[in-house]
Design a protein around this ligand. Structure first.
Ligand code: G3I
Length: 356
């Protein structure tokens, strides 16, 4: 009885203070002003995706409800990288990545696997192991068979290899390159294909969206793979851009076209628009407007290209974004603000999807 009266008084207080129902419980995506990008994207036959940060994914229900409401493609931001998935030679830790794959399944989303091989994700047991070439080939084959095999049928596309070439087309230094030699690349794709013949296999890199040396290097790199009969289906263009560093739309479109002529798909895999450290002066409002324009412009190029079938943003709320851990400067590079409300960037994507 006493409990009943306490609850009654509390309810009266809440109502007397004018606190609305929506502030005492979690707001829904619709109440936040979100329309569901994924619904429109589905109608246009394109996948709209985001990287998922494990921390909010594990503890913040609103993060997950917005994620499932807005996107039909999920990319674990870090949880499928070699160093996290394979922390000891005989230990694989699939816990977090499995949770994300299960979430995607439960919410009718596809999953991109990121990434089997990246020279910046090498666990200590590997870098300090003094392995011979044969041992390292065994380790690489075991890793790819185990990981791709574990997710066989659940992953639509794998970034098999990430950021392996420089702007001159040279293969970057890595334990794989040093000990196995450049063949490690073809082997990785072949093993991934053997482990899951249905998964689409991608080479993923940055700075190759516009015309120029890096784009040419990437083009020649993947062309070489195709000529050698390597099973590669596409290229991931990351698209980390800034207010004064976004590709010319025509150059970007031409680039997609020449990759299409090789028979390759192009996924936009990590789009965001950094607003700090740019020469654009003025209010935050002005920067957000320009940021939105660039999101829209690049998305439009992708939507218009028959071989660009997935557009992935590297996170979705400014509350959780990779920029500060990388540049040391806080930034607001994403499409929703810290309260999950739409920014001009969100509306720009919506507009592209709404137009015929
Ligand atoms: O979560 C731990 C925290 O517990 C610990 O205290 C802290 C100390 O360093 O580290 C935290 O982990 C960090 C993790 O991000 C989560 O924030 C790692 O150090 C940090 O290295 C990791 O950075 C990731 C980075 O790749 C390196 O793996 C970023 O989240 C991720 O956005 C970034 O993603 C890359 C793509 O994979 C490839 N393309 C470029 C892109 C941006 O750099």
């Amino acid at each position: 009885m006493k409990r009943f009266f306490v609850a009654l008084i509390l309810a009266m207080l809440v109502s007397a203070c004018g606190i609305s129902e929506a502030t005492t419980r979690q707001m829904t995506p619709t109440e936040l002003g979100l329309s569901s990008l994924r619904t429109l994207a589905q109608n246009r036959g394109i996948s709209i995706g985001t990287a998922v940060d494990v921390k909010p994914f594990r503890k913040e229900p609103l993060y997950n409800s917005v994620l499932a409401h807005e996107f039909n493609l999920l990319v674990p931001e870090n949880q499928m990288k070699f160093a996290l998935l394979h922390p000891e030679r005989d230990t694989y830790d699939f816990k977090d990545a499995d949770a994300m794959v299960a979430f995607a399944k439960a919410n009718d989303m596809q999953v991109r696997g990121h990434t089997l091989l990246w020279h910046l994700s090498v666990p200590r047991w590997l870098s300090e192991g003094n392995f011979t070439r044969d041992e390292l080939m065994d380790i690489l084959r075991d890793h790819i068979y185990t990981v791709v095999g574990h997710y066989r049928g659940s992953i639509i596309a794998w970034d098999v290899l990430n950021e392996a070439i420089d702007a001159n087309g040279y293969i970057k230094d890595s334990i794989w390159q040093r000990v196995i030699g450049p063949e490690y690349i073809d082997l990785a794709f072949r093993w991934a294909h053997e482990a899951d013949p249905q998964a689409r296999l991608f080479y993923n890199d940055y700075g190759a969206e516009r015309r120029g040396q890096k784009a040419d290097a990437l083009y020649n790199f993947v062309k070489g793979m195709l000529e050698r009969g390597v099973p590669i289906n596409g290229v991931g263009l990351q698209m980390h851009v800034g207010l004064t560093a976004s590709p010319d739309p025509q150059e970007f479109a031409d680039n997609l076209k020449r990759l299409a002529a090789l028979g390759l798909d192009v996924d936009i895999t990590e789009m965001d628009v950094l607003i700090q450290n740019s020469k654009v002066k003025g209010s935050l409002e002005k920067k957000f407007a320009e940021q939105g324009r660039l999101y829209g412009e690049n998305f439009q190029v992708c939507v218009s290209a028959p071989n660009c079938k997935a557009f992935v943003i590297w996170g979705f709320t400014d509350k959780y974004n990779w920029a500060v851990s990388f540049t040391g400067r806080p930034d607001k590079p994403l499409i929703l603000d810290e309260s999950y409300r739409p920014k001009p960037a969100y509306n720009a994507l919506l507009k592209v999807l709404s137009e015929k």
